[in-house]
Design a protein around this ligand. Structure first.
Ligand SMILES: O=C(O)C(=O)Cc1ccccc1
Length: 390
């Protein structure tokens, strides 16, 4: 099956896939439908290996239909040099501008005012942020060259890991090229003139609701989950119900014209979310600053192997900063013949490990080759500069 790349417009590939009887597509124009076709094509060609194909029910575009003028603007930014777009990244690529002077486009889940957008702007202050319906759409937008990067929450100091993004990292072939910490200040937002006493219902992202459990219980509010914090603020503002409030940021309040009834309503004053930045190309590992490396691996046998894996780092004085385990859905049970006691069954897990070293360092390279000796699967998700600020 053939795919023809007709041109690269505004960082998006204009593609046609004659074998599927499809017309050329341009990011932003009927994006979802074209995306599905390209998706099928990618799966047929096994470009990125096995993946789940999620049927997309709605025909809603990721971005509103582009009008003629927008299209013309996009077309004027033609870039036919495909090769220049697929080079590995260096720390200089942490700039908000690309080598051709155009702004870096960064996808995030949510609507303007979401913490994920704060993270994108913290990492690339002058970037163009591109809102996406869900985390998966943000990954897809990078894969389809509609944006340059995506920023995704991965871990929160109060709520813990965002498991969905660990799973998506494995399913998609993107690379982690950076991390950014955002200090989360959850606020209680209501319609102008509304008092706390009038509130009955509270909307927000499930993580935000969990992080504010104590305050929300004291206020006796009924929780309603929303796609993202800013999306919740947008709903409260547009519905105009006086008993409904949102948990979101001060910036979201300003964008949607809501009143900040109380700031820092989270149960723990210090509430930091770690976001990762993913791109199509990996970052070239260097040693000019502190680097972190993220890997995912699995073992044939159980708990002793994890101990051995951690010893690999300890032996080389490498500090690991995070371990997360996720079930191996394709192989949920490992059956062990336990001689005269019968057959034991264990769940099988993938382990995600972050450690503080650059792949440019011999000690990190030797740690990975050591791990390879007993891991049944090992993938480097990325080696990237650490966010050493708060
Ligand atoms: O909903 C948002 O604004 C997000 O970006 C996700 C999120 C939710 C709660 C804390 C940090 C990030």
């Amino acid at each position: 099956m053939a795919l023809r790349v007709d041109a690269v417009v505004w960082g998006c590939r204009v593609v046609s896939y004659p074998d599927l009887g499809a017309r050329p597509c341009l990011g932003g124009v009927n994006f979802r439908r074209d995306l599905r076709r390209l998706w099928k094509w990618r799966c047929c060609c096994d470009v990125l290996g096995e993946r789940d194909i999620k049927p997309v029910e709605d025909e809603k575009p990721l971005k509103p239909e582009a009008d003629d003028e927008t299209l013309q603007n996009k077309l004027s930014g033609f870039n036919k040099d495909l090769n220049s777009l697929s080079k590995p990244l260096s720390p200089a690529d942490l700039s908000s501008f690309q080598s051709n002077g155009s702004k870096v486009r960064v996808a995030y889940q949510g609507v303007p005012g979401a913490y994920s957008e704060d993270a994108a702007l913290k990492a690339y202050p002058k970037c163009e942020t591109v809102p996406c319906d869900d985390y998966e759409a943000a990954f897809e937008a990078v894969e389809l060259w509609l944006v340059d990067k995506a920023v995704l929450p991965i871990d929160n100091s109060v709520g813990g890991s965002i498991h969905r993004n660990y799973d998506l990292l494995l399913r998609h072939g993107l690379h982690i090229v950076g991390e950014v910490h955002v200090d989360v200040n959850h606020c209680l937002l209501g319609l102008p003139g509304v008092t706390k006493e009038e509130l009955r219902r509270i909307l927000s992202h499930p993580q935000a609701l969990n992080q504010c459990e104590e305050t929300l219980s004291k206020l006796g509010l009924v929780r309603i989950s929303a796609n993202d914090t800013a999306g919740a603020a947008q709903i409260v503002a547009s519905e105009g119900a006086r008993d409904k409030a949102a948990v979101a940021s001060v910036r979201a309040a300003a964008i949607y014209g809501l009143n900040v009834l109380e700031e820092r309503i989270q149960d723990h004053h210090d509430n930091i979310t770690r976001f990762i930045i993913v791109a199509r190309e990996p970052m070239i590992p260097a040693t000019d600053r502190p680097y972190k490396t993220s890997i995912v691996l699995s073992f044939e046998e159980g708990s002793g192997m994890l101990f051995k894996a951690l010893a690999v780092f300890e032996l080389r004085d490498i500090e690991w900063t995070k371990i997360e385990s996720r079930p191996q859905r394709k192989r949920p049970l490992r059956i062990v013949d336990d001689s005269n006691k019968g057959t034991a069954k264990y769940f099988d897990y993938l382990f995600y490990i972050d450690f503080q070293a650059s792949m440019a360092e011999p000690r990190a390279q030797s740690a990975l080759s050591h791990l390879q000796e007993f891991a049944t699967f090992l993938r480097v998700l990325g080696c990237y500069p650490m966010d050493t600020h708060r």
